[in-house]
Design a protein around this ligand. Structure first.
Ligand code: NAG
Ligand code: NAG
Ligand code: NAG
Length: 271
């Protein structure tokens, strides 16, 4: 009898807690919904969906490249993925590279700044890439825009690569398909320049393109330069708050479930 009344007292103590917990849990579920979209996009998955399956597979096969690509997204990134045909044509040369060379070539196809197509078209000049590692390992290419045509070139190839289409352009990530693999001069001998290659403009826009090295090697993506003025900062404010809500909701949920289980166990012990 005494045992029973102690159990009843215990249950009475637990019930309000369980009820409160359940209410919190319901509120948490409601609060959780809007924050769900906050995860950064999966770069290789987006590439594969958008016509760069072969290039995405090469990235996936290089641990260094895939982790750097993915960690650079949040700070802002623009990737130029060669089409499947372009990758196929380049494979003999690619296979000839060391593992480091392969990773560098892959990282050479992205810059640590988000460029919308519009801002890309207004850019002319050298850009650092995710492969850039100080002055000795420059790994830069030159963007040239003329009207609607955007091309990328280095001194290692006679012909530039051309931007063909947009896979994705949603802050912080843009992905464009290009019609050829771009060859860094650090890995390939300069082409016997038949075309009058315009000398790279004296770095007007380039420093803003950020330190590829900083983004890639130190896993500190883009000191988010130039491209992120006022409005972007305001956009950022909301998701951060939502993230906090989501976190505390997540913390609350398992706890309240535990209380509920305990109360039910106590109740069934009585019966
Ligand atoms: C991205 O998606 C691919 C499959 O498309 C998967 O193998 C990979 O693990 C994903 N990467 C991340 C960081 O989620
Ligand atoms: C591969 O490398 C070797 C040695 O450097 C070179 O002779 C050969 O032409 C290269 N093959 C291709 C397809 O680049
Ligand atoms: C781009 O790379 C080339 C070759 O390494 C280098 O000579 C040049 O100074 C670099 N330009 C910029 C703006 O970093």
């Amino acid at each position: 009898m005494r045992r029973l009344s102690r159990a009843v007292a215990f249950l009475l103590l637990l019930l309000p807690l369980a009820l409160a917990a359940t209410t919190t849990m319901a509120a948490a579920v409601v609060a959780k919904a809007p924050a769900a979209a906050a995860a950064p996009p999966n770069v290789t998955a987006e590439m594969a969906k958008g016509g760069c399956k072969a290039f995405a597979d090469l990235i996936a096969a290089s641990p260094d490249a895939s982790s750097t690509y993915q960690s650079a997204v949040e700070g802002g990134m623009t990737a130029f993925c060669p089409s499947d045909d372009a990758v196929r044509a380049f494979l003999p040369k690619y296979r000839n590279l060391s593992a480091d060379g392969k990773a560098e070539l892959l990282l050479f196809h992205a810059v640590p700044v988000h460029y919308s197509l519009g801002s890309l078209k207004s850019n002319n000049g050298p850009m650092n890439t995710l492969a850039t590692d100080g002055a000795a390992r420059s790994f830069n290419f030159t963007v040239q825009s003329q009207g609607d045509a955007v091309t990328i070139r280095t001194a290692a190839a006679a012909a530039p690569a051309r931007v063909e289409s947009t896979v994705l352009d949603k802050d912080p990530l843009a992905i464009y398909v290009i019609d050829a693999v771009v060859e860094p001069v650090e890995l390939f001998k300069p082409a016997p320049s038949p075309s009058p290659t315009p000398a790279p403009a004296p770095a007007a826009d380039a420093p803003k393109a950020g330190n590829g090295k900083a983004a890639a090697r130190q896993r500190h993506p883009a000191p988010a330069v130039a491209d992120a003025p006022g409005p972007a900062a305001e956009d950022d404010a909301a998701p951060v708050d939502q993230k906090d809500v989501k976190k505390s909701a997540a913390d609350g949920a398992p706890c309240s479930r535990w209380w509920l289980a305990a109360a039910l166990a106590a109740a069934s012990a009585l019966v």
